[in-house]
Design a protein around this ligand. Structure first.
Ligand code: ATP
Ligand code: MG
Ligand code: MG
Ligand code: MG
Length: 584
């Protein structure tokens, strides 16, 4: 297929979107692949949609290859099944709840275990029907507390989710392994450098679970790996550690004052000291750290909550919080909503640093670096804690750990739990997640079949997800450079970008002829037929990121065209007669 750039629905932008934190987001927007509709919600333009469809095609092929069958469930779902499994409430604020005109509660599906379980229960009743694996590629909704980085963490996003149904544990293990291999093939074909890490089952429940993380400096997940092949996300390592942490081994922590009063530097220092594996900058910290000021007299009731780098997200809450009479109680649940590091504290100083809110002599400061990690309290004395930056406080004296270990407990160089060498820390983007759910959902919803001896048994299930829209961003994240996008052949919207330069009609005719011939050979071709300067066209070709670029211009008089390789920057002259073979 040939698309002409003069009529393609695309505009490349010169400036970064204001909220762009990572390269994939910046370039997907600037190259006109996606447009933001609302926070965490994106529209797909023609070029973006083509990449998305190529990712989907790869996933479909690999799912079909393991015998999974494609279906499609609705996104708008009834409340009852989610009520039956407890997820109507367990999902908390992340669930988009809606009601219809009669006032009936409904939800926008964040994931579909319940619906698949009920469908199989509806139609199947015997062990002879199993094993069964079903999948869908579909839009999911999660009201993420912090949608970020464009497609990487959306509130509406596309997921491939599959579910396996087996009579016994061996069956489940086999279905799980099939998915595991399919996922390995998918992420290899996407060209991602990835690791498989053992993970916590988390909200899904169930026993065995592994995540596929694309190695990426901007990833939100921290994982460890050893030269001997051990890999785990830090969460899993942390939970694997003993629950009781001796106080004197608790990590040293810092407490700080009100943001805006110069404390950011202290926070940055703390993060770099206690969260190795990533270099935190001031800007990073502003974006990822939740600052809150609470009333020392009023328990956890917030007086102010601020996400300095991302006020839009919490603007409402900030407003409400600033007016104590309308503020909701601030709970640890709230902190858990934040996927990234959270630092909270209690301070007698108001956000503007002027109002002294609490007792003047002795003030309890509570700080919390992700409640799953460590919480502690610290007492300071003095009329104004505004200027106190307390770092390296002493464990035991200044705080007691609550028995949950800290990220800081896993350090670069620590031995891997399986003895396979020293650990190194790195960051990754969660691309896929496979779970052995076991019988949790089947039990809650009554999915049973007759086994070979005629006895009713509860079915055992697995669930398997791939972030499809996230994959588009992850590949862009891994491949883009300072000039723009840079797609691998397998995912590029067009494999070849033909550019005609100058004004001569022959050049345009020849460029169109080459484009047509490449198209005839089965390639997707983008043809820049615009009346724009060569400089504009070249720059656009770099932003748009097609892997092979053919420039037809002045050289044509000597029978030459130019072949450019986007990824390497390589350029060479090729005889016009052999350009098609050269590209192929
Ligand atoms: P995360 O830890 O990033 O929040 P998750 O563990 O909540 O992801 P799962 O429930 O395991 O996600 O869903 C399966 C896959 O869906 C994830 O591995 C990820 O690739 C993708 N995914 C999850 N949440 C989002 C999101 N908000 N935006 C885009 N993709 C997502
Ligand atoms: Mg999540
Ligand atoms: Mg996760
Ligand atoms: Mg997950």
């Amino acid at each position: 297929m040939i698309s002409k750039l003069s009529s393609l629905f695309v505009r490349t932008l010169r400036d970064d979107p204001a909220d762009a934190e990572v390269p994939s987001h910046r370039w997907l927007v600037r190259a006109g692949y996606i447009r933001r509709a609302a926070p965490g919600i994106y529209s797909w333009l023609p070029l973006g949609l083509k990449v998305l469809e190529k990712v989907e095609a790869i996933i479909r092929e690999e799912m079909d290859a393991i015998g999974a069958q494609e279906v499609r469930f609705p996104a708008l779902l009834p409340r009852e099944p989610y009520e039956a499994t407890g997820r109507w409430t367990d999902y908390g604020d992340n669930l988009f709840r809606v009601s219809d005109r009669k006032g009936t509660d409904m939800l926008l599906g964040p994931t579909h275990e319940e619906m698949f379980t009920l469908m199989v229960k509806d139609l199947y009743s015997s062990y002879k029907d199993l094993p069964l694996s079903l999948y869908q590629i579909q839009t999911k909704y999660r009201d993420e507390a912090r949608p970020r980085a464009g497609l990487l963490r959306g509130r509406e996003f596309i997921m491939k989710d599959s579910y396996s149904f087996d009579v016994d544990d061996e069956g489940l293990e086999a279905s799980y392994q099939l998915h595991r291999t399919a996922y390995q093939r998918i992420f290899e074909r996407l060209g991602l450098e990835y690791v498989i890490v053992s993970a916590m089952a988390g909200a899904m429940g169930g026993s065995r679970s592994e995540e596929f993380l694309a190695v990426a400096a901007n990833g939100e997940d921290t994982f460890v790996r050893s030269p001997g092949g051990y890999a785990a996300n830090v969460e899993a390592v942390r939970f694997a550690a003993p629950a009781e942490l001796p106080v004197d081994e608790a990590p040293a922590m810092a407490v700080f004052d009100t943001p805006g009063a110069g404390s950011i530097g202290a926070v940055v220092e703390l993060l770099n000291r206690d969260l190795p594996g990533r270099t935190w900058s001031g800007a990073d910290t502003l974006k990822n750290v939740l600052f809150m000021v609470t009333d020392p007299e009023g328990g956890k009731r917030p007086l102010a909550v601020g996400l300095p780098g991302d006020r839009e997200v919490d603007a409402k809450r900030l407003e409400a919080a600033l007016e104590p009479s309308v503020a909701e109680p601030f709970s640890e649940e709230d902190f858990k909503q934040y996927p990234q590091l959270v630092v909270g504290f209690m301070s007698p100083v108001s956000l503007d640093g002027t109002r002294v809110l609490g007792k003047e002599s002795s003030t309890k400061i509570e700080y919390l670096v992700d409640p799953r990690v460590v919480t502690g309290t610290h007492w300071v004395t003095g009329a104004n804690v505004k200027d106190q930056h307390l770092t390296g406080v002493t464990a035991g004296r200044d705080f007691t750990a609550d028995g949950i270990l800290d990220v800081g407990d896993v350090r670069e160089g620590d031995p891997a739990p399986d003895g396979s060498g020293p650990l190194t820390l790195a960051r990754g983007i969660e691309m896929g997640h496979i779970f052995q759910l076991g019988r949790k959902y089947a039990e809650a919803l009554g999915l049973k079949v007759l086994d070979h001896s005629g006895k009713l048994v509860t079915v055992t299930m697995g669930s398997y997800g791939v972030g499809v829209s996230r994959a588009v961003a992850a590949v862009a994240e891994a491949t883009s450079d300072d000039k723009g996008l840079n797609w691998p052949l397998a995912l590029a919207p067009f494999q070849v970008h033909v550019i005609a330069t100058g004004k001569e009609a022959e050049v345009f005719e020849e460029a169109e002829r080459i484009a047509g011939e490449l198209d005839g050979r089965g390639l997707d071709v983008l043809y820049d037929d615009r009346k724009a300067s060569p400089g504009v066209k070249f720059a656009d070709s770099e932003v748009l990121g097609m892997p092979i670029i053919v420039v037809v211009g002045r050289g044509l008089a000597n029978g030459l065209v130019e072949l450019r390789i986007r990824a390497t920057g390589e350029k060479r002259e090729v005889a016009v007669d052999s350009i098609v073979d050269e590209v192929l």
